[in-house]
Design a protein around this ligand. Structure first.
Ligand code: ARG
Length: 455
């Protein structure tokens, strides 16, 4: 019997069905169904014969899903109904006992929590691979100078290792965000029933233990309403993807002929269909472009959850595509970034030449005057005046005459001034903790190495 006298409109069926995308939850759905059947029998809610029949049917269903021979029916609405239908076809009437003391509301929340837990764990491992690649690259380019930029204008020189390690710290923070997201999946929703609990003396802790949850969700209403762990995963992914977009953007710039700081390996670039000379940094460009898509998934799920009355609402079915696409996209991005960094060839000469424009030492000249008792704000003006004379007359700072220097400030000692304008001096004077002087970068490299997690 059915409550309905009319069949579903086929268009409603298409709108309502989630099978096309929630199929990938099947391993979790099978795992939780096994745990649930065992618990029902242990609590004498079903007989042990029924349990064994259910477990045998679940094994058969799993085998079909693994082999790709599982026959999805056109009216299977979602993976939960498809599996239960097939269990019942295989086990007969006893299949109908599987859903005792369970609702799709606590069932789907459980599957999604298990999926998110795996995805977060996977992201941390992918980050481990990328941070290891970055630290290796930093080690190989420890004392290679390049300009550091602000506003994409040459600002102050740094060592390449220092620059690459900046990404390591960003990614290590991302890793912590994924660990947090994973921790938010630790409470088992199953057993909450539709929303109020169930009419049977279930043992939720047994199910939690079998499925690897540290505890059970303490409130049945919250258990079926909660998708915070998905939001937490998406938020971690959004920040991480934004970081990767900055790495992608720099690789695009740096691999251009104009910069010429790096050559990306052939494995991560493509040719043009019309211009034979082209080697395009598509992977780096896509790293740059994928981030907003992940941020949009985060924002979309906030939109879905916003203002939703408790408890389950069908709106929440929309969590999955945002989650799945984010997992797949981020996975690709992290693996691509790792591959690109492992294959990148940096060009010492080009980077060094760009960092030897002596205007880049302007701050160092100002600080030299500070050390001779001139207040910093005055020094800033004095050096700005010198930069202007040099730029207007097409000379470097080192080419300014003694008279010009003395004219700018009596405190400016021409010999000391020229000594400051050698590249290694600007770099090696940045001795503050976290700065770019080689000794500091070496310390940072050691710290980064010990903060890495074994791949
Ligand atoms: N496919 C649904 C989802 O993904 C499963 C839960 C359905 N529950 C319900 N009460 N209609 O959210």
């Amino acid at each position: 019997m059915s409550r309905f006298s009319e069949p579903q409109d086929p268009i409603f069926h298409r709108l309502n069905a989630s099978l096309a995308f929630d199929q990938r939850l099947w391993p979790h759905d099978v795992a939780q169904s096994r745990a649930h059947a065992r618990m029902l029998a242990a609590q004498s809610i079903i007989g042990t014969d029924d349990r064994d029949a259910l477990l045998a049917a679940l094994d058969a269903v799993e085998a079909e899903l693994v082999a790709g021979t599982f026959d999805f029916a056109t009216d299977d609405e979602d993976i939960h109904m498809a599996i239960e239908r097939r269990v019942t076809e295989i086990a007969g009437r006893v299949g109908g006992t599987l859903h005792t003391a369970r609702s799709r509301n606590d069932q789907v929340a459980t599957d999604v929590a298990l999926f998110t837990r795996d995805a977060a764990g996977h992201a941390t491992r992918a980050i481990d691979a990328l941070t290891a690649a970055l630290v290796d690259a930093a080690e190989r380019h420890l004392d290679w100078p390049l300009p550091g930029y602000t506003h994409l204008q040459r600002a102050q020189p740094v060592y390449l290792a220092h620059h690459l390690l900046a990404y390591v710290w960003m990614l290590l923070r991302d890793r912590e965000r994924f660990v947090f997201a994973e921790s938010q999946t630790a409470a088992l929703p199953l057993g909450a029933g539709a929303l109020a609990g169930v009419n049977f003396a279930t043992d939720r802790n047994a199910v939690a233990a079998e499925l690897g949850f540290a505890q059970i969700a303490p409130n049945s209403i919250d258990a079926v309403s909660n998708r915070d762990f998905v939001l937490d995963y998406l938020a971690a992914a959004a920040t991480c993807a934004t970081h990767l977009s900055r790495l992608g953007a720099e690789l695009v710039l740096w691999s251009s002929e104009e910069f010429g700081f790096v050559t990306l390996s052939d494995a991560w670039t493509s040719g043009s269909s019309i211009m034979p000379q082209k080697k395009n940094p598509d992977a780096a460009e896509l790293l740059r472009a994928k981030a907003p898509r992940i941020v949009a998934h985060l924002s979309a799920l906030h939109g879905v959850m916003h203002g939703l009355p408790l408890t389950y609402n069908k709106d929440m079915q929309e969590d999955k595509e945002h989650l799945f696409d984010t997992v797949d996209t981020l996975d690709l991005c992290l693996a691509s970034a790792t591959g690109m960094i492992r294959g990148a060839r940096f060009h010492r000469e080009r980077m060094s030449a760009a960092a030897s424009d002596d205007l880049i030492a302007a701050t160092d000249v100002a600080d030299h005057l500070v050390k001779r008792g001139v207040p910093f704000r005055e020094c800033h003006g004095i050096v700005a005046g010198l930069v202007r004379i040099a730029v207007d007359s097409g000379r470097t700072l080192a080419e300014l005459t003694d008279d010009e220097l003395r004219g700018a400030s009596e405190q400016l000692e021409p010999e000391a001034f020229r000594a400051l304008l050698s590249q290694s001096a600007w770099l090696e004077s940045k001795v503050s903790a976290g700065g770019t002087a080689l000794a500091r970068v070496r310390e940072q490299l050691d710290a980064a190495r010990s903060a890495l997690h074994p791949v």
